[in-house]
Design a protein around this ligand. Structure first.
Ligand SMILES: Nc1ncnc2c1ncn2[C@@H]1O[C@H](COP(=O)(O)OP(=O)(O)OP(=O)(O)O)[C@@H](O)[C@H]1O
Length: 597
């Protein structure tokens, strides 16, 4: 039992005993009262008895006297009438005394009854007192036993605590001895520290003077460094401008040597459906493991070789493709206009290359993210603004995909500012400041494109989708300004009308697509051939992109190819030499094909 429990038990027993004691005291008081009452009643009974005795004595006296009178009746009768009157009075008195006696007797009986009653009560109370005393003795005995137990428990607990305290004391003494030892060994260290502290204190006192001196020296050095840096900056600025000019010259030279139009080819992987159909899966294409610019095509026992700027095999990833185009993308930060076209027949992977899929984005998103990181790196010298427009060309009609009314038709006009530049009145331009803005813009463009048609997949195959990114920069140090435009174009599918057998509105759609693709081919051929006249106005697409195809702008044609038998490939590989189809560049003297038997 814990000391706390023992203490609580003793406390409750103590309370119980005091309760019993107060009860006993009450009963003792009551007993005393009853005894006092008994005494009173006994003395009253005694006085009544005395009264009774007196009355009896008087009565006896009266009787005796009466007897005397009765024994001498004649004498009385003879003696006098007075005596007779006295006799009558005595008789009346005797009657009264008789009555009094009977009353006193009655009273005595009552008092005797009361006395008996009181004696019985007294006996009962005495018995009760004896019972109480017995109980009290028993309680006292119990209490003493409990007290004894508690005393023993207390002694045991105290003994245990004492033993514990002794062992703790011993441990504390040991610790103390260790601490004393440590203290002894620390004393020399303390002396060293005190010495160090004193010397530091002296140094701190000297510090303000030293600081003043150091600040003055540092100021002089900083002034010197600032003047050195400023002259170095001017030197660097001069070199930077010279490098920029050199870079531009080199680029122009490169463009002149290579032409500013590149052609890449991307072959998409065989889909599950195509794999299931054994005939379709048989591909006639092969690649050169040593030269990533060569594509082989087996046709009627002959091997044709196409030489392009770059060929991406089916396993090429979105990142690998983007890596090859990123220098073109960033050149718009330097003020160049750039066009990247995805060209190919329906299902060849144009949208996959340009837009990509949510978890693996294509050139559009990657280009915007790269532009963001590049312009951020150039801050704070350069301050850039990136704005975005989205346009769709369907049946030679221009639609504003970021506008409030995407079904409204837009027009292309000459800018009234006299710059000779074209512009599209009413075309919505969003300034984007973060990758989140880009996502919002793409979502809006996609939603507007979807709401304007009944079947988005079919519609997107038959319309050109353009993402136009304008990057304007201002260098606060040099005052230089730049403006470049990046046009990312997902062209409509390039099916041949004759083969598709289209009629009515489908025929008109196909004619429009062919017309605009031919116009694009004409423009590219005229630009590559450096013709004096370039027929930009022959289609909405080439007219809209005039600024971005002309001059020192850069163009990339990404020819998308779907695998499978030759019959499925469409005009990309079938266009006869000299045909206006833009893919005829594949047949140009530069790219081939070279036939081998
Ligand atoms: N490189 C690739 N890797 C994996 N899947 C691809 C690749 N290229 C295309 N695909 C898939 O092939 C299918 C057709 O591609 P996509 O829709 O991009 O073709 P498209 O040329 O844009 O067709 P359309 O002219 O009808 O718009 C899609 O399911 C696409 O996800």
């Amino acid at each position: 039992m814990s000391p706390e429990c023992v203490r609580q038990d003793a406390e409750s027993l103590r309370r119980e005993v005091s309760r019993w004691e107060s009860q006993a005291r009450q009963r003792e008081r009551r007993l005393a009262e009853l005894e006092r009452e008994l005494l009173e009643k006994s003395s009253r009974a005694e006085s009544l008895r005395r009264q009774l005795d007196d009355a009896t004595r008087q009565l006896e006296e009266s009787r005796r006297r009466h007897g005397e009178y009765v024994s001498q009746p004649v004498e009385v009768e003879v003696e006098s009438a007075d005596s007779q009157r006295a006799l009558a009075e005595l008789q009346a008195k005797n009657g009264g005394l008789q009555e009094q006696l009977s009353v006193q007797r009655q009273l005595l009986r009552e008092l005797e009854t009361q006395l008996h009653e009181s004696q019985r009560t007294c006996a009962q109370l005495r018995t009760q007192i004896l019972v109480y005393e017995g109980e009290m003795e028993r309680a006292q005995g119990q209490l003493e036993v409990e007290m004894q137990n508690l005393e023993e428990e207390k002694n045991r607990v105290i003994e245990e605590a004492f033993i514990r305290a002794e062992s703790e004391m011993k441990a504390v003494h040991e610790n103390l001895a260790g601490v004393r030892m440590n203290l002894l060994s620390l004393q020399p260290a303390l002396r060293t520290l005190t010495c160090d502290y004193n010397s530091l204190k002296r140094q701190v006192q000297d510090f303000p003077f030293m600081l003043d001196k150091a600040i003055t020296e540092a100021k002089q050095e900083i002034c010197q460094v600032i003047s050195d840096v400023s002259s170095t900056n001017q030197e660097l600025l001069r070199k930077y401008k010279r490098e920029m000019n050199l870079r531009k010259k080199c680029h122009n030279e490169l463009v002149r040597l290579k032409g500013n139009i590149r052609v890449f080819c991307r072959v998409r992987p065989v889909s599950q459906e195509e794999q299931d159909s054994a005939a379709d899966a048989k591909t006639m294409l092969s690649f050169d493991s040593d030269d990533d610019a060569i594509l082989y095509l087996a046709n009627k026992g002959k091997m044709m070789t196409f030489e392009l700027d770059k060929v991406f095999p089916p396993q090429a990833t979105q990142q690998e493709v983007f890596q090859e185009v990123q220098s073109l993308v960033t050149s718009c930060i330097d003020g160049f206009n750039v066009c990247i076209f995805a060209y190919g027949q329906t299902g060849s992977g144009k949208t996959y290359t340009m837009e990509g899929v949510p978890d693996n984005p294509g050139i559009n998103q990657r280009a915007l993210r790269l532009l963001f990181s590049e312009v951020t790196e150039k801050a704070p010298d350069w301050d850039y603004k990136i704005s975005v427009s989205m346009v769709e060309i369907y049946n030679e009609t221009l639609r504003n995909l970021l506008g409030e009314n995407p079904s409204d038709k837009l027009d292309i006009k000459m800018n009234p500012d006299g710059s000779g530049q074209l512009y599209v009145p009413g075309l919505t331009e969003f300034t984007v400041q973060s990758p989140e803005d880009i996502n919002r813009v793409f979502e809006l463009g996609h939603m507007n494109r979807a709401t304007a048609c009944t079947n988005l997949n079919e519609h997107s195959s038959r319309s050109h989708a353009l993402l136009i990114i304008t990057v304007s920069g201002f260098n606060s140090a040099t005052g230089n300004r730049t403006q470049g435009k990046l046009n990312l174009v997902d062209l409509a599918g390039s099916e041949r009308i004759g083969k598709s057998g289209a009629e009515g509105s489908r025929l008109r759609e196909a004619q429009c697509i062919n017309k605009s693709l031919s116009a694009l081919g004409d423009v590219i051929n005229a630009l590559r051939g450096k013709h004096s006249h370039v027929p930009f106005r022959n289609s909405r697409l080439t007219y809209l992109l005039q600024d971005s195809l002309n001059g020192d702008s850069k163009t990339l044609m990404m020819v998308q190819v779907r695998p499978g038998p030759l019959t499925l490939w469409g005009p990309a590989f079938w266009a006869p030499q000299g045909c206006a189809d833009p893919t005829s560049i594949l047949y140009s003297p530069v790219f081939g094909p070279h036939e081998y038997s």
